[in-house]
Structure formats: C-alpha cells, structure tokens
Design a protein around this ligand. Structure first.
Ligand SMILES: Nc1ncnc2c1ncn2[C@@H]1O[C@H](COP(=O)(O)OP(=O)(O)OP(=O)(O)O)[C@@H](O)[C@H]1O
Length: 340
C-alpha cells in the first residue's frame, strides 16, 4: 500500500530577503479537501509562505526547504513547471481584486482568458464556461454581467469574479489571502459561505489566511497560528477555541470580549512583532510573554506534540482550558473583531 501523501507538504520552508530571514522553517501539510486557517499578526509570514510556494516572490528572495505537491518539489521547480501549477493545481486570491482584475478589460473576457490558459477552451465554449463560473459564484444575471467592466461590479462582486477566475483551472487547492478583510460584515459572511460551499461541492482544499480568528473558525477545521516567521501552534479549530495553548494564541483570544462576564477590557497582546533581522535570541515571543523564563530567552522552542493533534512551540504552554471560548457563540463574537 502506498504511503499517505498529503496534497501539499511544506517542510522547513525558509525565506530571506537580501539576507534578512523572514521565514524560519515552516512545516505545514494540507490534506485533500480540507480547510486550514493561517492566522497571526501582520508581518508574521502568512503570505510569504504561499508566495514562496508558488514561485511568486521577487528575485531577491532566497528560498530553502521543500514544498511538495505530490511528488514535485516546487522550491526547485522551473518557472515553466510553476506556471503549470499556478491556477491549475493551486490558485491564490488576494484581498484586493484589482491585483487580479484588469480594470480596462471586461470581466467575462478575463475569466475566458483564464479558462483558455488553464483548460485550452476558446470561443463559445470559453464564454459558456465563464458564465457557468459567474453563476457558481452567485453573480445574478451572469450572462449579461460577463460584458461588464470591473468598475461596474461592487466590491463583493469583484471578489466573486476573482474567485470565479481562480476556479477557472479547477484547482485542487485555493489559497485565499485575506479575501474578506476589505468587505463589510454582511458581504464578508456571504463570501465565507461561498468559499465553504465551493469547497464542499468541488472537493477543493482551502487555505484561509486571515487576522480574524472568528472568520477562520467559520470555515476551517484546522488552524495554524504564525508568529515572527514560524508556526507556533497548530490544532483543530475546536480544540484551539477550547484551549489555546501558546501564550501568543491566548493573547490573540485575550483581545476578545468575554461572553460570560459582559464586556471585558480588551487585552490585545502588548508590544509588537520583532522586525525581521532584529529577532531576539530564543523564543521570538519571549519579550512580549508574561510566562517567559531565562530558558525562553536563550533557547528556541520547537513545534512539538502537546496533545492529540495539537502541536505547540512553547516551553511553558498554558494548560488550563479557556471555557469562555468553547462555544460556537464565542466564535460568532470573535468574528466581530479584528485582532489587530
Ligand atoms: N518583497 C519583499 N521584500 C522584503 N521583505 C518582504 C517582502 N515581502 C514580505 N516581506 C517581509 O516578510 C515578512 C512577512 O510578510 P508577510 O506579507 O508574509 O506577512 P503577513 O503575515 O502575510 O502579514 P499581512 O497580514 O500584513 O499580510 C514581513 O516582515 C514583510 O515585511
């Protein structure tokens, strides 16, 4: 019997820009059809992880480690191989639709181009497929809207059009990088519903990059928390909400009002993420951590198994549960807050 092979297996991924290291060895697996959240404050390396995986970083970036997609290692793949992976096997969407949609080309034409590129369809067949995709992402009157320019779409509709383009190549995995951050709460919820539905229907894996733990909990069954270029906690979503173990994760939850005690004073994590190139010795979180000891300031904790399916990189993980975050209700409360 063949060994189990995840859809994507990222091993010890490191990235430096002009000699300054920003990713310090990320290990992450994505299984077929699963939804994984990647959360953490701005600058902790969420986007760089996937831009590196897809060969989309500028030339000044130095990358090491492995990004296994099946038996192919994308870190050593040629540009030609990467081009055949992007969109067709792994698609990525961003917060700002203007990064993918050209304002002077009709929406339908752009989707047709993506269909042509990835699946070789042209003419009427591409047009029909573009209409199907716009319908799939729930744009009303899709046939007519194909002829609109992006400025004739609302923000949420542009986001949907971008998702339709991303689906043009039938990817195995969709990387959604803050896809809802710029949208108001109602549209945000609709886009999350759409991603969840597409995932269920297409059997596509989704990696959801976000600051918003609440939004992540809506669609992801697993969450990876990143801090300063490393994964510091990796857990099923339910377990993470029941008992965040890393003091940083707990700090992120601390920025949230308590449900059982009215409105608590918000306690965001004090201090800021260290700049790349100015990392403290030992654990990068130690200068901000109330539990840090001398050991934390001098040695680096590695990500290791703490309990079933939960990995934590901390010498002094929090072992008490956090009952106030155990319910779906708390997840809903969380979704109302941006964590940074
Ligand atoms: N092209 C680049 N050149 C130099 N440094 C970069 C470049 N792209 C990213 N970085 C640095 O890499 C680090 C990780 O950035 P990244 O964008 O992955 O963070 P993030 O967690 O996705 O944050 P955000 O939520 O703000 O997008 C940051 O310190 C950032 O300044």
């Amino acid at each position: 019997m063949e060994d189990h092979m995840p859809l994507v297996d990222i091993r010890d991924l490191k990235v430096a820009f002009d000699g300054v290291q920003v990713l310090h060895g990320v290990d992450l697996t994505i299984e077929k059809g699963e939804a994984v959240g990647l959360v953490g404050e701005s600058g902790c390396g969420k986007s760089v992880t996937w831009l590196a995986a897809l060969g989309l970083l500028p030339k000044k970036a130095t990358i090491s480690g492995q990004v296994m997609l099946g038996r192919d290692d994308l870190v050593i793949a040629s540009q030609r191989q990467l081009e055949s992976v992007r969109g067709r096997r792994i698609a990525m969407i961003f917060q700002d639709p203007s990064s993918s949609l050209n304002p002077v080309i009709r929406v339908g034409r752009q989707i047709e181009e993506a269909i042509g590129l990835h699946r070789g369809l042209t003419g009427k067949a591409a047009r029909a497929e573009a209409k199907r995709l716009l319908e799939l992402v729930e744009i009303p009157d899709a046939g007519r809207r194909l002829d609109n320019y992006p400025h004739e779409f609302s923000g949420g509709q542009n986001q949907r059009a971008m998702i339709a383009m991303a689906l043009a190549g039938n990817p195995d995995i969709l990387i959604a990088d803050e896809p809802t951050t710029a949208l108001d709460a109602t549209i945000q919820a609709q886009i999350l519903d759409l991603l969840a539905r597409l995932r269920a229907e297409a059997g596509m894996a989704v990696v959801f990059i976000s600051h918003d733990l609440g939004a992540v909990s809506e669609i992801c069954e697993r969450v990876c928390v990143m801090y300063a270029g490393r994964i510091v906690e990796r857990c099923p979503t339910a377990a993470l909400f029941r008992s965040p173990r890393h003091p940083y994760t707990r700090g992120l939850f601390g920025a949230i009002p308590r449900l059982d005690a009215g409105r608590e004073r918000l306690k965001p994590v004090e201090g800021t993420v260290p700049e790349p190139g100015k990392m403290p010795r030992g654990c990068a979180f130690s200068p901000r951590c109330g539990r840090a000891t001398e050991k934390c300031r001098t040695s680096l904790p590695i990500l290791s198994r703490l309990e079933e399916d939960c990995d934590v990189a901390c010498f002094h993980p929090v072992l008490e549960d956090a009952p106030r975050h155990s319910s779906r209700k708390s997840a809903e409360a969380l979704s109302m807050l941006e964590l940074i």
